[in-house]
Design a protein around this ligand. Structure first.
Ligand code: FAD
Length: 357
């Protein structure tokens, strides 16, 4: 008999879990409080990476996800990922060199590039340093489109996706989570997956489970569309830029977005001005719109994936860097939910670790 699973949340994490579960034969219902496609997901810079600031186990998890994204691209028609590579010089030179040496020792495809090579990769950049690093294996996707493609692929495997269906709290009987309560009543399932992004902690709290997390805000500016001016991701000090499939240049003070100040519009305009100063051909493009997203971030900064307090019927998947990690989290969560086997890569990221409880 197929296992009946409810996935709460249809952002990139819930969508990937739903797809992998449905593919493995589970009977899946995805519920979302709003329009399917996520909240943080829509406002993401959407860089698929294993970049600096990650200890080796997290780097390995991210590399596994990059490999899984490549496989998903083969499996799911319409899932568009550009493996465009990234140019990076957003650290002081000595730190940048140390980061590159460490990553190279871990087997990362990172390459030192000279000023001339930087300009060969990105001929429209105005201000470039004497050297930087290029990471060929990095990519980007359009986060809403990719999430909708995952949801469509889940539906093609028999999953049901219901929007405008807020889950008020989790239903529990005799210490087992048995489903969810919505405005339309109780929906029962053998497993309930909380992939509700920034709202995950509140849902877990409804069955007495603490997940310490925060949701820092990040602002990105989106220019009007332009013909192709950037070939890949560009991470410079104080300005990260990429060009979307429809030609907009999306910028943040870094990929996670700028801290929105009182004058969000003014901040977005100043980012756009930096873009226009940096990229030849972007002069006068103008700001089209800004987004402010809230990154679901477990308290120690790493993913929280697994069965909290070993509670039967309940699973949680909450993470920042969710665009990078959705592929591996979807696959590993589905395997654990169906077979009980936990992927060794997830070992450090159980939601019960002391920093989160
Ligand atoms: C500015 C910014 C830049 C980022 N840049 C990157 C990047 O470059 N690379 C990267 O890998 N990651 C990046 N991230 C992080 C990444 O976008 C997130 O980790 C990821 O989108 C989280 O996905 P999610 O599905 O968990 O959450 P969400 O997309 O927020 O989805 C959660 C869903 O749950 C639903 N929901 C919530 N509560 C309920 C409820 N009670 N009942 C039913 N449904 C509910 C919501 O409606 C929502 O649709 C960035 C994020 C931001 C904001």
């Amino acid at each position: 008999m197929a296992k009946r699973v409810i996935v709460v949340g249809s952002g990139i994490i819930g969508a990937s879990i739903a797809y992998h579960l449905a593919k493995e034969g589970a009977e899946v219902t995805v519920l979302d409080a709003g329009e399917p496609g996520g909240i943080a997901t829509r406002a993401s810079w959407a860089w698929i990476n294993a970049s600096w600031g990650n200890p080796e186990p997290y780097f390995r998890l991210r590399m596994a996800s990059i490999a899984r994204w490549r496989a998903l691209q083969e499996e799911i028609p319409g899932l568009a990922i550009q493996w465009c590579g990234g140019l990076i010089w957003d650290l002081p030179p000595a730190e940048l060199d140390a980061y590159a040496a460490e990553r190279a020792a871990w087997g990362h495809p990172i390459r030192r590039v000279t000023r001339a090579e930087i300009l060969a990769l990105e001929p429209n950049l105005r201000e470039v340093p004497e050297h930087a690093y290029h990471v060929a294996g990095e990519g980007m996707l359009e986060p809403l489109a990719a999430t909708l493609a995952l949801l469509e692929a889940a539906k093609a495997q028999g999953a049901e996706v219901l929007g405008d269906m807020p889950v008020k709290w989790l239903e529990e009987e005799d210490g087992r989570v048995t489903g969810v309560i919505t405005d339309e009543g109780v929906i029962h399932a053998e497993e309930t997956v909380v992939a509700a992004g920034a709202h995950s902690a509140a849902l877990l709290d409804s069955v007495g489970i603490t997940l310490r997390m925060s949701s820092p805000a990040g602002l990105l500016s989106h220019s009007n569309p332009a013909p192709r001016l950037l070939n890949g991701l560009v991470m410079t000090p104080g300005l990260h830029i990429r060009q979307t499939a429809e030609g907009r240049i999306v910028a943040g003070t870094d990929f996670a977005g700028a801290e929105p100040e009182e004058d969000a519009e003014g901040l977005a305009r100043s980012l756009e001005a930096k873009v226009e100063a940096m990229v030849k051909g972007a002069e006068g493009l103008g700001l089209d719109f800004l987004t402010i997203g809230y990154r679901p971030t477990p308290a120690d900064g790493f993913a929280a994936v697994g069965r909290p307090r070993n509670r039967p019927g309940l699973y949680a998947a909450v993470t920042h860097s969710g665009v990078t990690l959705a592929a591996v989290i979807g696959q590993a969560s589905a395997t654990e939910l169906i077979t009980g086997a936990r992927d060794a890569l997830l070992a450090p990221y159980h939601p019960d670790r002391p920093s989160l409880t």
